[in-house]
Design a protein around this ligand. Sequence first.
Ligand code: UTP
Length: 288
Amino acid sequence: MIKKCLFPAAGYGTRFLPATKSMPKEMMPIVNKPLIEYGVDEAIEAGITGMCIVTGRGKHSLMDHFDKNYELEHQISGTNKEALLEDIRATIDAASFTYIRQKEMKGLGHAILTGRELVGDEAFAVVLADDLCLNLEDGVLSQMVALYKQFRCSIVAVEEVPEDETHKYGVISGEEMRDNLYRVDNMVEKPEQGTAPSNLAIIGRYILTPDIFDILEKTEPGKNGEIQITDALLKQAQSGCVLAYKFKGERFDCGSVEGFIQATNYCYENIYLKSDAPNQPQKTVKTG
Ligand code: UTP
């Protein structure tokens, strides 16, 4: 049903300079796995097989990551370290990867429009890999794909945030149709303190119907001089239907240092230590 997922990954990641000077933010690891791989695995879990990645200058390592490294494979073949490549091999085998370059960083809306050639004329998912979403049962994209099957319109994932943080997000308001599901009637990108229409902030997961591309083409630069996906979605909401879904699960803003550290601690305790990865720290045995 939803076969493709777009990953806008062309941003500069300035909050993580100097780390992101020559390394894409999306390649920063949470424990031992890059952010983008978590996003791709979430998409695969949702039944999506076409990964469309919008890249920019200096982002070659993204492409290399989803490709075979024959030299490395050869070196560790037959050793106990081979198991460390199992997950990424499975990810590469489960999906196809296509890339397009965003020539100028004109904002998230522009990055999504750049992906049009890869996506074509069908509904698609969008993952911002620096928002890491984890859930013990269905992943956030799986939850949203199930909703799309029912409603067949654009859906944004939202989370309640403290009022003094709404200015960092796109914020929606709307009528609650049922538990955790809203029909959007207003959307404001990074509202000034005290002017947000609610505390429901859009996070980095979307399902978009393909008419969004024509709307984006006509969308003028908005906040910060960038083409904003929220402006296009508001137009879509006014002429049709856009839903906002309060998802189940944990979300970490790994584009910020605090969120990145929280995600690292969470994944180390809840995923890494519970797995049987062969590169886990050896347990120290106390003697005498
Ligand atoms: P962010 O604003 O969070 O990412 O954009 P950034 O610009 O890379 O980070 P900072 O603020 O400078 O630290 C949200 C997402 O949209 C992508 C980014 O890569 C990120 O995944 N993006 C943003 C693009 O692909 N192109 C753009 O022109 C802008």
